[in-house]
Design a protein around this ligand. Structure first.
Ligand SMILES: [Ca+2]
Ligand SMILES: [Ca+2]
Length: 232
């Protein structure tokens, strides 16, 4: 039997992976280790090179300052000259950061969580909106975002199959080195424990309200969500 702590550990892991992945994405884009001096340089170049449309609007919609948005935009355009990121780019980025596993399915789900309008591409606006939530959003916003990630078919509920797919994708991504003693039935056991905990009324689906309630009762999840609050 699985101890309760282990299932909590997996849920926490899922959320940490989401957050770490976003941080790695930032690092990949060369934005995370910027010193103040560098920001000044970047800003100067940004001002010379381009003036992103709707910057005021984005400043109002996100928790980033105009200066931060300009730096983010420059990095984004630098890595993605077309101005949009497609699913293949997500997969390539994740393959680099999880070389021992197969991150393609997780990158697929994550891409669709970023691609809120389901257009098949992530624009700068989508990108910074998600980053703003993951790095500086309220706990409620972060949990909502995570719920949306797990709700693969975007029907407003998480069912067992969706949770199973996400858990498998996380296992695949982490690879054998992280979980050397995994048994085949382990993801199913995790999903069962997850549902026992989250599906309060036992109707076989997890609603957003059930998800929010369960997560906020859970100290592990709350701690991991707060961990990245002041990173940027
Ligand atoms: Ca669903
Ligand atoms: Ca339910």
């Amino acid at each position: 039997m699985w101890a309760e702590g282990e299932s909590e550990g997996l849920q926490t892991l899922g959320i940490v992976v989401v957050l770490c992945s976003s941080l790695k994405l930032l690092h990949y884009l060369g934005l995370i280790d910027l010193s103040d001096d560098k920001i000044e340089d970047e800003l100067e170049m940004t001002m010379v090179c381009h003036r992103p449309e709707g910057l005021e609007q984005l400043e109002a919609q996100t928790n980033f300052t105009k200066r931060e948005l300009q730096v983010l935009y420059r990095g984004f355009k630098n890595e993605c000259p077309s101005g949009v990121v497609n699913e293949e780019t997500f997969k390539q980025i994740y393959a680099q950061f999880f070389p021992h596993g197969d991150a393609s399915m997780y990158a697929h789900y994550l891409f669709h969580a970023f691609d809120t309008t389901q257009t098949g591409s992530v624009k700068f606006e989508d990108f910074v909106t998600a980053l703003s939530i993951l790095l500086r959003g309220t706990v409620h916003e972060k949990l909502r975002w995570t719920f949306n990630l797990y709700d693969i078919n975007k029907d407003g509920y998480i069912n067992k199959e969706e949770m199973m797919d996400i858990v498998k994708a996380i296992y695949d991504m982490m690879g054998k080195y992280t979980y050397p003693v995994l048994r085949e039935d382990t993801p199913r056991q995790h999903v069962d424990v997850f549902f026992q905990k989250m599906d309060k009324n036992k109707d076989g689906i997890v609603t957003l309200d059930e998800f929010l309630e369960s997560c906020q009762e859970d100290d592990n999840i709350m701690r991991s969500l707060q961990l990245f609050q002041n990173v940027m």
